[in-house]
Design a protein around this ligand. Sequence first.
Ligand SMILES: [Zn+2]
Length: 103
Amino acid sequence: MKWERHGASIYKTARWKAIRQQAKRRDGFACVKCGSSQRLQVDHIKPLRSNPELAFDINNTQTLCGTCHSKKTRVECGHPELSPERQQWREFMRLSPPSTLSE
Ligand SMILES: [Zn+2]
């Protein structure tokens, strides 16, 4: 996984930190896929692996929440997505306050 190490060096630069802030502000500090504002991350639309020259291109960035980002990364790495049923169950478990389980 050579490209990951290459990508990681980009994420430490002041330049990337500035782009990341700009991208979040542009997207209104919300995930562009689901609108969540939890665990926001700025993702490269075209992966750095194939488009390293777009690393600092604001037009190649999108704001994603942790859930959507890990989902995208999983697909890019060739792992199948969770089945819709499992995904729904996860969402359900995440959204339900624990107190409802004791009733
Ligand atoms: Zn999301």
